[in-house]
Write a protein that binds this ligand. Structure first.
Ligand code: DGP
Length: 126
């Protein structure tokens, strides 16, 4: 079963400029913007511009240029938002919810960069 990308998902609309966003950083292959429903003082979403459903889709099918750009963008967001420990920040969590068990709401790869407060343990016991 291959990957099926929904061109009408919300992040595809953001990339086409049909829905506004608060951009943190834009590069050739990636866009970082504020989450509309922040869970912490820092909550930025980083997405590739390409049509990738999930992290596994992206890491298997994206070009080397896209993968490098995307990872560098994540790093740059950590700097720009002040969460990077090596620059005096208090750390962060990077989350890529995927599929049904991962409770992914928007079917376009996004990494959440969340910080600015102590985030607690990684998972609650179900
Ligand atoms: P996830 O559960 O990992 O698929 O998280 C989706 C995130 O996307 C959630 O934190 C809220 C955010 N989100 C949903 N719609 C919009 C939108 O229209 N604009 C922005 N900036 N964020 C959105």
């Amino acid at each position: 079963m291959g990957y099926s990308y929904d061109r009408n998902n919300i992040f595809a609309k953001i990339l086409r400029g049909e829905i506004p966003n608060e951009t943190v950083l834009e590069t050739e292959h990636s866009l970082a913007f504020e989450d509309v429903n922040p869970q912490a003082p820092v909550h930025v979403l980083v997405i590739p511009k390409g049509a990738y459903v999930s992290l596994d889709h992206f890491t298997q099918d994206a070009s080397d240029a896209e993968i490098v750009d995307y990872n560098r963008t994540i790093g740059e967001v950590c700097k720009l938002t002040g969460v990077q420990p090596s620059l005096g920040g208090s750390g962060f969590r990077a989350i890529a919810n995927t599929g049904a068990d991962g409770v992914q709401e928007v079917p376009h790869l996004h990494v959440h960069i969340i910080g600015g407060r102590v985030l607690g343990r990684m998972l609650n016991k179900a």
